[in-house]
Every structure is written in C-alpha cells, then in structure tokens.
Design a protein around this ligand. Sequence first.
Ligand SMILES: [Ca+2]
Ligand SMILES: [Ca+2]
Length: 196
Amino acid sequence: MLPGVSVLIALISGLNDVAITEIMYNPDGPTLGPDSLYEWVELCNLTESPLQLQGMVLSDRGNGLVLDEYELAAGARVVAPADMESFVDKYGESVPVVSWTGEWPGLSNASDMITLSDRYGMMIDMLSYTDHWGIEDGQQRSTADGTGASLEKINIRGPNNAANWAVSVDLNCPLPDPETGDDKCWGTPGAVNSVE
Ligand SMILES: [Ca+2]
Ligand SMILES: [Ca+2]
C-alpha cells in the first residue's frame, strides 16, 4: 500500500472517535460568572479504547486552541474549560478537565460553529448551534441561553442538530453552587448528560 493511502485511512478512521457532547455557551452571570471564565466544552470518547487528545484542535470561526496531553478512557468524558482555575473553583476538583494552549474559541451567545479536528487538521466533530436550541413551547428564550442550563447532546452518537440537543435539566443536579447553595445545575460537565 502506498504510504499516503495508509495515512489517509488512519485519518478517516479517526472521524467521530470523539464527540462534542455538551457546551456551556452562555453561563448564568449572577450565579456562575462571565462568559470569558465560565464557558466550557465537554468531549466524549465514543470508542472502546483509550484515546490521546494531545494535539486535537477545538475552534470556532475565529480562534482555536490545542489540547494538551490527556488520555481519555473509553466512553469517558472530559471538559475543556475557558478558564481552568475558575472552572475548578466553581465545579470542584472531581470533574475531569483537559488543559490547552492557544486562544479560547469564545462561544457566541447567538450562534456559533465549533469544530474538533485532529492534529492533522481532519475534522472529528462539528457543532453548529443557535440560541434557539432548546426553546420550549411558551418560552421566549432557551434556559441554556444565560439562565443556568447547558446544552446537552441527547444521543451522543447521533447528529448535531436542534432535535438531538436539549437544555440540561435540574433533575439529579450534581453541582449546586458550593458558596451560595444555589441549585442551578450548570449542566453535567464530565458526566453523562441529564437528557441522554
Ligand atoms: Ca458565550
Ligand atoms: Ca455531560
């Protein structure tokens, strides 16, 4: 086999090995804090083997970051937070996090496209969301849009469309604010989604 062909096969086989499974694109300012510190993206290893995340690139239409060394166990999830210190302070040290270098993509509060690529630039996953996702009947605004909830993927192996993403629910909320006791969920970072 030509060397180029085997490389190509290796690249294609990486598609969808890792999925974007949850995002906090518009954190609740009063209880959580500003977007620049409290946005985050959750990634899940969909395969049955551990995967090395080092070198993967998370970006939007403008900025991008490169993930540091991190072995993500089969089926496990990890969070890339906008600001590591702020995230750990609010969510606690038990949530698995991956550090990164570069520039945080900055998740728009209106609509954005987030891509996850491997170190060779091959797309692994892409999420193009809007703040209309998760609006329920009678609501004017999604509760993921700045009022506490995150956006979660329902079927983590399914498509990234509005029907397969929903706002996180406060049921079984594992993470009340350690300081205020506020029971807003702020999503399920690093854990199985509340809507799965
Ligand atoms: Ca935002
Ligand atoms: Ca989750």
